[in-house]
Design a binder for this molecule. Structure first.
Ligand code: SAT
Ligand code: MN
Length: 588
């Protein structure tokens, strides 16, 4: 049997099921990319942007009902329900297939079926995975070329790995929310997605393979697949400390990963390795080594500008696809916050719905509008971002949006407490997923929508990983989003976050002043370098405050969340929760 036999058989099977007019195998070449774009411009679904200011860049509008991940349609399909756990939607594999196969039947009639071979992970990395996505969407095929290592190289990889690949069948379907399913079969490494053409629902290498299926693989094989950015913090001596940070979707991972340091003159600089996903394994040296499985950024556009994220602006200035942004009469993309000086777009701008924008309308760009841009174009991209071995991680940063409760930064006492800090995370919801925005929900390790198995078993896996690490990362929690009583942000965020990273680096190296609180080590007010910032002593205190009354409430909210895992809740997490309660009550 050739290494491609299984692939060819599966492609035939999908073609019989979906009955496309044509089957097209993507080779990943530039010419092919241009043909895909050209075809979409012909049918009106893509629009060329200004070739002078945004060379080789295009605008795409998704269906207005299909603009974010839909977690209610996302299922983990395992034989045993408890393997999916209480925080995932579950169907048995048989039921899921029986329900969704009829939706796929004949669903590509009159259309082209694209076969998209791709690799997640740097080529040659011990963790790299080959995936093949079948899709009827040229937008998905073109986006996959930016986000993954797509095409011929992936087929070649099959020849050396014995033909092993993760199949993913995607069909845009009729976009009827009642016929939308994003199904994961971790026991057979299979993905089925129908009824959505957007982002994480449709680019199957991203959340479906690299997080939901990969987290299961990591559980079975002793590694970690996490919803984390990866950055390197260079200090004045030229040493680089690598950190990985888990934040929920649209909470600033891309901005932190690409941070431009206001302390650059003093020698502090940030290098970018990844902005969304980290795959990590234990190295022979007992440290955790991380790679970014992706090769592009699928970043939130609104709020991105030359002040908040100049590196993102440089990255997306060419060879990029924009989804659901507005377009100015000058054929340039526009979104809320792109221009710090103008709240509204230039006269004659067409909004994301294709209508002429008039002030007073809703936003010109959808709040979850995205840019898709090649990672290699980022000015701060690390020289090590494609190293097959990855980079050694010295710190984990957990964070979310919390108007109150969580201080700017604190450090866990040890690995076990750090796992508990991650498990206890909560954040206000954003536009990245369908549903109400701004409500606090528990989102452990920012993996609530992405963990492909029982979250209780996942925490146990983290605890077990700690046993294998002679040199585990230090664990920190941050909150850039704390507000005062008038609802104003207390911390400037963005580039200034480097001051917090610097304190972490000092802590990792045995320095950095801190006080022990009920929740962890918090910097003393003078431990953070706040020079040049307009922050009063009272504000600094409010930022770092650990209020026992608020934490008592937080602790109480955590309890039912943990309890739902029953037997699967690790004893260590239960004990850490109890110990936190005792420390809070002692502080009152
Ligand atoms: O899942 S997406 O790729 O659409 C973006 C996100 O939620 O992080
Ligand atoms: Mn994400």
């Amino acid at each position: 049997m050739s290494s491609r036999t299984a692939l060819e058989a599966w492609v035939d099977e999908c073609a019989r099921l979906t009955q496309p007019d044509t089957v097209y195998w993507c080779d990943g070449s530039e010419q092919e990319y241009q043909r895909l774009i050209e075809a979409m411009m012909q049918d009106g679904s893509m629009q060329r942007l200004n070739p002078k200011s945004y060379p080789n860049s295009y605008l795409y509008h998704s269906d207005p009902s299909d603009v974010a991940r839909t977690e209610e349609d996302t299922f983990i399909c395992t034989t045993r329900r408890e393997d999916a756990g209480p925080t995932n939607h579950w169907m048995s594999p048989d039921e899921a297939k029986a329900k969704v196969r009829p939706i796929f039947e004949g669903s590509m009639r009159g259309r082209t079926m694209y076969v998209v071979p791709y690799v997640m992970g740097p080529l040659g990395s011990p963790l790299m995975k080959v995936g093949v996505e079948i899709t009827d969407s040229p937008y998905v095929a073109a986006s996959m070329r930016i986000m993954t290592r797509m095409g011929k190289g992936a087929l070649d990889a099959l020849d050396t790995n014995g033909g092993e690949f993760v199949p993913g069948l995607h069909c845009t379907g009729n976009l009827d929310p009642d016929q939308r399913y994003i199904l994961h079969f971790p026991e057979e490494n299979l993905i089925w997605s129908v009824g959505s053409g957007y982002g994480g629902n449709a680019l199957l290498g991203k959340k479906c393979l690299s997080l939901r299926l990969a987290s299961w693989m990591g559980w079975k094989n002793g590694w970690l697949a996490e919803h984390m950015l990866i950055l390197g913090l260079e200090d004045p001596s030229g040493n680089v400390t690598y950190m990985a940070g888990a934040f929920p979707s649209a909470c600033g991972k891309t901005n932190l990963a690409m941070l431009v340091s206001p302390l650059a003159d003093e020698g502090w600089k940030v290098w970018t390795i990844g902005d969304d996903i980290a795959w990590m394994r234990v190295g022979e040296d007992g440290r955790l080594w991380a790679v970014n499985p992706e090769s592009g950024f699928f970043g939130v556009a609104p709020g991105t500008n030359v002040a908040t994220n100049p590196n993102a602006m440089a990255t997306l200035s060419h060879n990029s696809i924009f989804t659901n942004v507005a377009v100015t009469p000058n054929d340039e993309p526009w979104w809320e916050g792109i221009d710090p000086d103008h709240k509204t777009p230039p006269e004659g701008t067409i909004d994301w719905l294709g209508k002429r924008f008039t002030p007073g309308d809703g936003p010109a760009a959808h709040p979850n509008a995205r840019f898709t841009a090649p990672a290699g174009q980022c000015p701060s991209i690390s020289p090590h971002w494609e190293d097959p071995q990855g980079v050694p991680i010295s710190a984990f940063i957990f964070g979310g949006r919390r108007a109150r409760v969580a201080p700017l930064v604190y450090q866990a006492f040890n690995w076990r407490h750090g796992v508990f800090v991650g498990a206890g995370m909560a954040s206000e919801t954003t536009a990245a997923a369908k549903g109400k925005v701004g409500v606090v929900r528990r989102d452990p390790m920012a993996m609530l929508p992405f963990c492909g198995y029982n979250m209780g078993d996942y925490w146990q896996h983290w605890l077990n990983m700690g046993e294998k690490l002679t040199n585990p990362p230090q664990v920190f929690h941050v909150n850039w989003f704390r507000k005062d009583d008038e609802g104003r942000f207390l911390w400037p965020g963005f580039g200034q976050n480097v001051r917090v990273l610097r304190w972490m680096q000092e802590r990792i190296n045995g320095g950095g002043k801190a006080v022990k609180t009920a929740v962890g080590y918090v910097p003393t007010p003078d431990a953070l370098d706040l020079e040049g910032l307009d922050i009063s002593d009272a504000q600094a205190q409010a930022l770092l405050d650990v209020d026992p009354t608020e934490w008592e409430q937080e602790w109480t909210d955590q309890r039912p969340f943990f309890e739902q895992f029953g037997e699967h809740l690790p004893r260590a997490i239960e004990e850490e929760h109890r110990a936190l309660g005792e420390r809070i009550r002692a502080a009152r």
